[in-house]
Structure formats: C-alpha cells, structure tokens
Write a protein that binds this ligand. Structure first.
Ligand SMILES: NC(=O)c1ccc[n+]([C@@H]2O[C@H](COP(=O)([O-])OP(=O)(O)OC[C@H]3O[C@@H](n4cnc5c(N)ncnc54)[C@H](OP(=O)(O)O)[C@@H]3O)[C@@H](O)[C@H]2O)c1
Length: 233
C-alpha cells in the first residue's frame, strides 16, 4: 500500500485517480478547494478509512502551507504526489487577456511549484518518493505544430514551464532520493478536455497508473505520455 497525495481531486482526472487508487487498496489524500462540498468523495470518506480529504487551493500559498504542515504534524508520509490541479484558457495569442494569462500560469505553474515545495517534508521520509507533474503535450516546445490541438498560448506556456520545474526539481531532489517526472494523460473527456476527447477518464487514468507503477530510476526527470512513450520537451 502506497500513500498518494492528489491535488485537484474534486473532479476529472484527479477524482478518477482517487477512485482507482482506493479500489486497489492504496491510501489517498485528496486535495480539494472546497473539501466539504457534498459529492462522490465526501460520501466515500464516510466509509473509507483510506481516504482523507484536505483543503487545498494551489493559488493560495497559505492554503498550501497549512495543508502540508497539518499532514506533517500528523506524521503522514507521502510516497506519490500527483501535482494535478490545473486550468485552461483555450484562447490564442491575439485573444487571451493578460489577466487570464496570469491566472493560468498562477495555477498551473506557481501552484504546482508551491505544492511540490511544501510537500517535500512529507515526501522525504518515504523510501521511494515520486512527484508526477500533470503536464500536457501542448507544453512540448518540440511538438508545436504537430499536434491536433494547440494555440492555447497561456496553457502551453504554463505546461512548458511546468516541464522545466520537473527537470530542475529532479536534479535538485536527486540527493534526497525524490524522483520527479512530467506526465501527459492524453486528450481526456473531462470538463477541461470536453466531450470530443479521445479517452474516457477511466481509460486515461488506468494508463497513467500503469505507467507510474512501472517507472524506473532511469526514467526519472523525463516526460512520459499515457501511451508509455517519452515525449520530447
Ligand atoms: N483533460 C485533458 O484532456 C488533459 C490533457 C492534458 C493534460 N491535462 C491536465 O490534467 C490535469 C487535470 O485535468 P482535468 O482534465 O481533470 O481538468 P478538470 O476536469 O477541469 O479538473 C481540474 C481540477 O483542478 C482543480 N483546480 C483548478 N484550480 C485549482 C486551484 N486553484 N486549487 C486547487 N484545485 C484547483 C479543479 O478543482 P475545482 O473543482 O475546485 O475547480 C479540478 O479538481 C490538469 O493539470 C490538466 O492540465 C488534462
């Protein structure tokens, strides 16, 4: 049994990660902006001792520090961190507003950075800690022009930045034995991905867990797709 922390667990890929991990007997700490909202997870928490829901707004540094200080106080070790919370603005270079550009970077990049940094105290005691930054092929500079979707400039920049966070953190945390990779879940039918997307959320998460279960030290510090193939930065 491993202990997982998932940010952005209230819906979409984050919620499905919780479901599949709990089904197979892992322990899950689900970070949600509104933890007391009635819904699937709050109902499950009433009967499932392996699930804990915690308040986490990645845009708010105080919320992030409070969340992980509380876990540290309870001596909770995290073996696997899914840095999953994210937002998108599909507008292109000409249309996106400066405010929206900032908000997307704030959540997808600054938010992931804050979670990663404040989670370290809970990750260090693990004998095999991994951080999974939920990126996107839209963040690959090399793939620009080669993917079906694209042009969502704020989102693309945020995920390219997240990929640099992965690379640098993998280097900086190697001496602590903490591994860091970027993942792409594919194009997934969620509120973000929309109804036309390629994968159901169940399929995508099944593929992601199959990959993360088998990652080796040699694969640390790199960018992996839901198909198991490496994605160029
Ligand atoms: N769906 C795709 O096709 C696709 C493709 C590539 C990458 N991804 C990435 O996969 C991740 C999950 O995407 P998804 O498709 O599941 O999106 P989604 O259905 O829109 O869900 C986004 C999740 O992030 C949470 N969130 C947003 N801002 C937050 C904040 N400030 N603090 C805490 N939580 C916050 C949301 O919480 P609330 O309910 O409180 O809003 C929600 O739980 C994202 O990082 C996304 O970029 C998705």
């Amino acid at each position: 049994m491993k202990s997982y922390f998932i940010s952005g667990a209230s819906r979409g890929i984050g919620m499905e990660l919780c479901k599949q991990l709990l089904n197979r007997g892992d322990r899950v700490i689900a970070g949600c902006r509104t933890p007391f909202k009635e819904g699937f997870l709050s109902n499950l928490q009433k009967t499932c001792s392996h699930l804990e829901i915690v308040q986490l707004d990645v845009n708010n540094e105080q919320s992030v520090t409070d969340c992980f200080e509380e876990l540290e106080r309870k001596s909770i070790t995290i073996d696997r961190l899914f840095n999953n919370a994210g937002v998108i603005d599909w507008r292109n270079l000409h249309e996106v507003s400066a405010d929206s550009f900032s908000q997307v970077l704030q959540t997808n990049l600054r938010g992931a950075f804050l979670v990663l940094r404040h989670a370290l105290a809970c990750l260090r005691p693990s004998s095999d800690a991994w951080i999974y930054n939920m990126s996107s092929r839209l963040g690959s500079i090399e793939l620009r022009g080669n993917t079906q979707l694209g042009g969502a400039i704020a989102y693309e920049c945020s995920k390219a930045g997240l990929n640099m966070l992965t690379k640098q953190a993998a280097i900086d945390l190697a001496e602590n034995g903490i591994k860091v990779v970027s993942l792409s879940p594919g194009w997934v039918k969620t509120e973000m991905g929309g109804a036309e997307a390629k994968y159901s959320v169940e399929d995508s998460v099944g593929k992601i867990l199959d990959i993360t279960d088998h990652l080796t030290l040699q694969q640390n510090g790199r960018f992996w797709g839901e198909d198991g193939k490496e994605i160029p930065w």
